[in-house]
Design a protein around this ligand. Structure first.
Ligand code: FAD
Length: 545
């Protein structure tokens, strides 16, 4: 049972996807509510009315839209959200435990029920329940360490459920290839060891092109990849046309990487978190880390909104929030977030390729039969103080990718993940105000993505657009993640900046981070990921996607 406090609310629309058995809206002031019914209900509450309370049994199937609405948190003051599509509504469980969660996400995602109250101490605290945080925590728990995983919103709800799901070695930067190769093995091993379903399968990835320079580039990458033991097949024109027959046209060439695959972003991070719980680790959603405590020049605790966890080691796997968190600790971590949009369409009678990258659009089949459509690298850069601060370091990145990155709007300022402002440890922080980064999809990008996908695969004309969403990609200046202990904060390991390709390498990254924390032999060389490289004045080589 959840309760909304509508104090100060102007207008709100609740829509329920399924019938509810108990009265849905209670004590609702205004017009249009239909107690006990499914369907739509409009409630208009005049400004200045004393707060009305709305209760209903489940939030999972509810869509809440607000216009000109200001929704005030029930108990915690000073947290006001201004209305928009799917705003980060703040709720409280009827039992009184402080918890906030938006009622719906635009993307599908398995929900885990966990307690927001963390333990008083743990061997390791992992901050952030995306794919990197959950795999890190899982591999630490496998070593017998007590692990508390804290997530300000919901497991997997930011980048890790908003991506295409590609797990690839194909076209990987040399620095990341060993991590990619080991990750593919670990995806398989995780399923066998845990019995949890991440949706991972080695379906192979197909790339098609008419551009001879691009085909030559793939051939060159293949020569290098063979030396690393990676199998990938160059396709002649007739082979590419045959493999890509769903496109209904001839191609000059292509490449197929049979050992690569996809996992299901709707299932993967929650599956790993569930496996962590089976191993004795604890998971705490709606629990933001506000900062850290130091003792004797070393990390001694993680301060959360629900109390301090005493620990000697913590991992910051905070994705798009990592740089602003580092800023609180006087650590400079250059990060730029790019807003990328996705279109999801309904299943089709005709089966299309599982994972296909055409010249200017990519199409991926999800295990539930839906397809996700996206344009590789295309996104909006929303100006924020952080973006401006680090802009000089991103010049080589923008020089390489400027054709696909467009100026954005105020979306980044609105969410507050790139604030440079300092926050207090005993007050609500930007992470609690925006439990889940849920930026607006780029309307022009969505239209263009759909147009290109239908052109590539004409059968998609029959598919209905199910929904669209966007995610903020956390990019470093060289497009390679930062993984390693921060010398300024002994005991704190940074693991962020996965630059748009961290989902597939989640298991390998998590294993490496667990190796670093536990002082074990690293599964592969961690040197290329050392965050110290960001302090060097020289620009690093920018990774290809
Ligand atoms: C549109 C799109 C398409 C993509 N496609 C692919 C793809 O096909 N293949 C691929 O490999 N990668 C892809 N990526 C990139 C991939 O999704 C990311 O690199 C990866 O998910 C990053 O995982 P993460 O755990 O570092 O970050 P996230 O998944 O963003 O998780 C970080 C978590 O930390 C939490 N958090 C932050 N600060 C705090 C705090 N202070 N306290 C508590 N919790 C906190 C956040 O709430 C969040 O849940 C794509 C990304 C996008 C947006």
């Amino acid at each position: 049972m959840y309760k909304y406090n509508t104090k100060g609310l102007h207008k709100i629309l609740f829509s329920h996807g399924r019938r509810t058995e108990t009265p849905v809206f209670r004590a609702l002031r205004g017009t249009g509510s239909r107690p006990g019914q499914s369907g739509f209900a409009w409630a208009v509450v005049r400004r200045g009315d004393p707060g009305a309370e709305i209760s209903f049994p489940s939030t999972e199937n509810s869509i809440v839209r607000c216009k000109k609405a200001a929704i005030r948190q029930h108990r915690l003051p000073a947290s006001t959200y201004h209305g928009s599509m799917n705003p980060p509504l703040t709720m409280q469980r009827a039992q009184g435990a402080a918890t906030t969660m938006p009622p719906t996400l635009p993307q599908p995602l398995r929900l885990l029920e966990t307690s927001p109250k963390p333990p008083a101490s743990a061997d390791v605290v992992v901050i952030g329940g995306g794919i990197i945080g959950v795999f890190t925590a899982y591999y630490l728990a496998k070593r017998g360490l007590s692990v508390a995983l804290i997530e300000k919103g919901r497991i997997g709800a930011e980048q890790s459920s908003r991506n295409w799901g590609w797990c690839r070695q194909q076209n990987r930067d040399a620095r990341e290839l060993p991590m990619a190769t080991r990750s593919l093995e670990l995806w398989d091993q995780f399923a066998a060891d845990s019995g949890e379903d991440t949706g991972f399968k080695r379906c192979g990835l197909l790339y098609l092109s008419d551009d001879e320079a691009q085909i030559a580039g793939w051939a060159k990458w293949r020569e290098f990849a063979i030396t690393a033991g990676v199998t990938t097949h160059m396709l002649s024109g007739s082979e590419a046309s045959e493999r890509g027959r769903a496109t209904g046209r001839a191609w000059k060439g292509g490449v197929f990487s049979p050992s690569d695959g996809t996992a299901d972003p709707a299932k993967a991070a929650p599956a790993v978190a569930a496996a962590l719980i089976k191993l004795g680790g604890t998971v705490h959603q709606n629990c933001a880390a506000r900062g850290i405590e130091m003792e004797g020049g070393r990390l001694s605790g993680v301060v959360t909104e629900a109390g301090t966890i005493k620990t000697r080691a913590a991992v910051l796997a905070g994705g798009a929030w990592a740089s602003s968190f580092c800023n609180q600790l006087d650590v400079r971590f250059p990060l730029a977030t790019i807003r990328q949009s996705i279109v999801r369409v309904s299943p089709l009678a005709q089966q299309l390729p599982a994972a296909l990258a055409g010249p200017n659009v990519a199409v991926t089949r999800r295990p539930d039969g839906h397809y996700v459509l996206a344009i590789s690298g295309r996104g909006r850069a929303d100006p924020t103080p952080q973006l401006l601060r680090f802009a000089p370091q991103f010049i080589p990145m923008f020089a390489k990718r400027w054709r696909n990155v467009f100026p954005g709007g105020l979306e980044g300022m609105r969410w507050g993940h790139e604030t440079r402002a300092r926050w207090k440890l005993d007050d609500i922080t930007p992470m609690e105000r925006a439990r889940i980064l849920n930026p607006r999809p780029d309307a022009a990008g969505v239209r263009e993505t759909h147009r290109r996908a239908v052109k590539l695969l004409p059968a998609l004309r029959e598919a209905r657009i199910a929904n669209t969403w966007a995610g903020y990609i956390d990019s470093t200046p060289d497009g390679v993640p930062g993984i390693g202990e921060l010398p300024q904060v002994p005991g704190l390991i940074l693991a962020a900046g996965f630059s748009g390709h961290g989902f597939g390498i989640g298991p390998g990254a998590g294993h490496l981070i667990a190796d670093i924390v536990s002082g074990s032999q690293p599964i592969f060389d961690p040197k290329p990921f050392d965050p110290a490289r960001f302090n060097a004045s020289a620009w690093g080589k920018v990774a290809d996607f």
